[in-house]
Ligand binder design. Structure first.
Ligand SMILES: O=c1ccn([C@@H]2O[C@H](COP(=O)(O)OP(=O)(O)O[C@H]3O[C@H](CO)[C@@H](O)[C@H](O)[C@H]3O)[C@@H](O)[C@H]2O)c(=O)[nH]1
Ligand SMILES: [Mn+2]
Length: 756
């Protein structure tokens, strides 16, 4: 496809950022000045009043400087990728097939209508239908999900032609029907079709919502008989071919749809989403074996029907395939709450850091909205990294393949063609239903024993952030990746709202990242021993060190309250020469972040919410993640993947959905304690200042100054949701069990500060 005469399918456009580079350096110089000033004070004995406070502050500030350097490296050379799918128009016949994977794990947390919408949006993509197959993995083993998908397969017969005929722009029906109206339509025919379609969709939803697990399993037609007696964590594999596009009469231009609930046993580790993805990879290998795989979470519907074509521009558009081992779209939120109250919409993260990383070895794999080459997932290195072509790339023997991929003959043959084969070979169509026995064989939990699955092949095990871990392995093999930054955005998904769900998600991410840091797949080792580029390694560290930031950030946050309580100081006084450095740093850093938000067309409120959430997340979710991994390392517990609740409705009791909510989870204890402590410290400090000034006319020299008060005041502002939580009621109030634990911690800390 990469002929010289061909029009370019993509362009990699460097984005200038000279002013930002200057700003990066200004903040860096202030950080260095602060470190120098601190070191000088310590050496000169000027900090004698509280040497250890100054030392602790120096260590924390040195760490903040490292984090700043890592971030600056990540943002330094941003690029954008422009894609031209219209130039593919004449080559439609040559396009490679795409297997599309959707994962769902719990019909209560992830309503089947949501999964159905995601699936429908994929089935209706603008791409040759015969080249698409959609595989849904259901870790919930729910007859309801299976039933919903079967109904969706029927509904697709109407929906897909309707979308194509009328050029529907968003092909997830719930979005389409909530944002468009048939009235005032272009023509009568459209209006008729629209009305009929809407009513069909409503019937579909009501069939799904009125179905019950129990009665489905006991239905007379036996279609769901396999679910009888199947427990979620203990059941054999269930595979159902719900639509086979290759079958006469079944096809009519609609992609295949396959339901899979992999075998589970309570005695086995199933590796959560990574395990599910590996089963999908193997099942699809023996059924359709497309050279490209797309993976989305069940809530991430396709928002732009052209995504597969755009992705092909990046997968086929470079002269060298090494440039695009995978193509990742930024995660964007559907129906996002105004001003990002929970700091999880990640807009600035993608626009500033994401584009920057795209300019290095390439965008990280973020678990959803990503197109992989199948061979990349199979651990095959790109051509150019092979000084001596490895056998793995050229012609591995049957034995070697068996060792890596397991014993299934069909899987070995399909892996062989993937590894050495050409991307555009048309895969012989098989009758999918006739292959379900083979598919079941490769879905068994015992199949992976003594193979490379979960290590060098497939999604990598060992972290609940399997996405970052797997992406790191791919980059370490020498592949690069591209960013699919199209408009309208490729996929839209759900972001958790409320305190418990948002913090649980942050906690899982941080847990997974710490597991990566502690594993042999950490980026530093991959950089030394494999092909992970140095600057890409530093970029990975920006994310991977999240949980390692906890001790420093917590210590720094405690310095202010400690100094107020113990009548000490860790910052220079206004009368001292160094005072302007921390002041300038505080102002410059916050201004820098604030301007980033305005440049991304976000409000001042959004900036503040994110700034605040960063402090809250660090002292709650990241701290708990840190402790969880310590317990895991000691062999005292296991890490688990807590599935995020996907919510469509608003706030509890119809209140304000942006307001912070609480439950009795331990994540709320540390920030509650920090809030109470800071308020107490301000009160004690203020009382001492007032009474001291009255008695002596001037405060004691070693005691706190304006700097410590500003730090504590700022902290209280950041933790304002917790101040409100202490006064709030119901889910808006912090439960008593949390308050009591927090109170005990505060009492112990106050005792420690005031002991002498
Ligand atoms: O045992 C499990 C657990 C989860 N999932 C699926 O994994 C996906 C992600 O789970 P979710 O609870 O939505 O987590 P998020 O934090 O929103 O997901 C992000 O972070 C995860 C890593 O922590 C990645 O796996 C995801 O792809 C990425 O979107 C969902 O489709 C789940 O159905 C499974 O299939 N099996
Ligand atoms: Mn999700």
């Amino acid at each position: 496809m990469a002929g010289a005469t061909m029009l370019q399918l993509q362009e990699r456009v460097p984005l200038p950022r000279t002013a930002w580079k200057l700003a990066d350096l200004v903040v860096l110089s202030l950080l260095l000045a602060l470190l120098a000033r601190r070191a000088a004070s310590l050496l000169g004995g000027a900090a004698a009043a509280c040497t250890w406070c100054w030392l602790a502050a120096l260590v924390c500030e040195a760490w903040f400087t490292v984090v700043w350097l890592l971030t600056v490296n990540g943002k330094w050379n941003p690029v954008r990728f422009d894609t031209h799918p219209e130039r593919l128009a004449e080559r439609i016949d040559e396009l490679p097939a795409v297997d599309m994977f959707v994962t769902t794990a719990d019909p209560k947390l992830e309503p089947p209508t949501m999964t159905v919408n995601t699936v429908l949006s994929l089935l209706a993509l603008d791409y040759p239908a015969g080249k698409l197959a959609c595989y849904v993995s259901d870790d919930g083993c729910s007859p309801l999900t299976c039933f919903a998908l079967r109904e969706a397969a029927e509904f697709a017969r109407l929906w897909v032609p309707f979308c194509r005929k009328h050029g529907v722009s968003v092909r997830a029906p719930f979005v389409y029907f909530s944002s468009s109206s048939g009235a005032g339509a272009r023509d009568d025919e459209f209006q008729r079709d629209w009305t009929a379609m809407k009513s069909e969709y409503e019937k579909l939803v009501s069939r799904i919502e009125n179905a019950h697990e129990e009665s489905l399993a006991r239905r007379g037609d036996g279609e769901f008989a396999e679910f009888v007696g199947a427990e979620r964590r203990n059941h054999p594999t269930i595979i159902k071919v719900l639509r086979d596009s290759g079958k006469a009469g079944d096809g009519n231009g609609i992609p295949s749809l396959i339901y899979i609930s992999r075998e589970k046993s309570p005695r086995h580790q199933h590796h959560f989403k990574a395990g599910a993805m590996n089963v999908l990879t193997r099942v699809s290998a023996v059924l359709t074996n497309a050279p490209i795989m797309l993976n989305v979470d069940c809530d991430n519907f396709a928002n732009n029907p052209q995504i597969a074509l755009h992705a092909m521009c990046l997968l086929l558009g470079f002269n060298d395939e090494v440039q695009s081992g995978f193509v990742q779209a930024p995660e964007k939120v559907h129906g996002a709450l105004k001003d990002d109250p929970f700091g999880n919409q990640m807009e600035v993260f993608y626009e500033k850091l994401g584009f920057g990383i795209a300019g290095l070895q390439g965008m990280f794999y973020f678990g959803t909205g990503c197109f992989h080459r199948r061979k990349v997932i199979y651990g095959v290195p790109p051509v150019s990294t092979d000084v001596q072509p490895t056998r793995m790339r050229v012609s591995p023997s049957h034995k070697e393949l068996q060792k890596m991929f397991g014993s299934s003959k069909e899987l070995i043959e399909s892996a062989r063609s993937t590894i050495s084969g050409e991307m555009f070979v048309t895969v012989p169509t098989v009758d999918l239903a006739s292959r379900t026995d083979v598919a079941k064989e490769v879905s068994a939990y015992s199949y992976e024993a003594a193979t490379s699955w979960g290590q060098e092949v497939g999604w990598v095990y060992g972290s609940v952030a399997e996405d970052i871990l797997t992406g790191q392995r791919i980059h370490a093999a020498g592949w690069r990746s591209a960013l699919l930054n199209i408009n309208p955005p490729a996929f839209l998904g759900d972001a958790p709202t409320g305190g418990p769900a948002s913090l649980t998600q942050y906690k899982r991410w941080a847990t997974g990242l710490l597991e990566i840091i502690l594993s042999r797949n950490n980026p530093i080792l991959l950089c030394i021993s494999k092909h992970l580029e140095f600057r890409q390694c530093l970029a990975y560290l920006v994310l991977d060190v999240w949980p390692l930031r906890v001790p420093f950030e917590l210590c720094y946050a405690l310095l202010g309250p400690y100094c107020l309580l113990a009548n000490r100081s860790f910052l220079p006084k206004p009368s001292e020469p160094g005072f302007v450095i921390p002041l300038a740093l505080f102002l410059a850093y916050n201004l820098y972040n604030f301007i980033e938000y305005t440049e991304c067309r976000l409000s001042a409120r959004a900036w503040w919410n994110n700034h605040r959430m960063q402090r809250i997340v660090s002292s709650s979710a990241w701290l708990l993640a840190f402790l969880t991994v310590v317990l895991k390392t000691l062999g005292l517990s296991e890490t688990v993947f807590d599935v995020t609740r996907k919510e469509q409705e608003g706030a509890p009791d119809g209140g304000d959905p942006g307001r912070f909510t609480f439950d009795s989870s331990p994540v709320f204890v540390p920030p509650t304690a920090l809030t109470i402590l800071t308020v107490v410290a301000i009160a004690v400090g203020a009382w001492r200042a007032v009474s001291g000034a009255a008695a002596e006319g001037a405060p004691a020299a070693g005691g706190p100054g304006v700097g410590e008060f500003v730090c504590c005041g700022w902290l209280v502002l950041c933790f304002w949701p917790f101040v409100r939580g202490l006064a709030g009621m119901g889910s808006y109030g912090i439960p008593w069990s949390v308050r009591i634990k927090a109170g005990l911690i505060v009492a112990a800390f106050v005792h420690f500060c005031t002991r002498n």
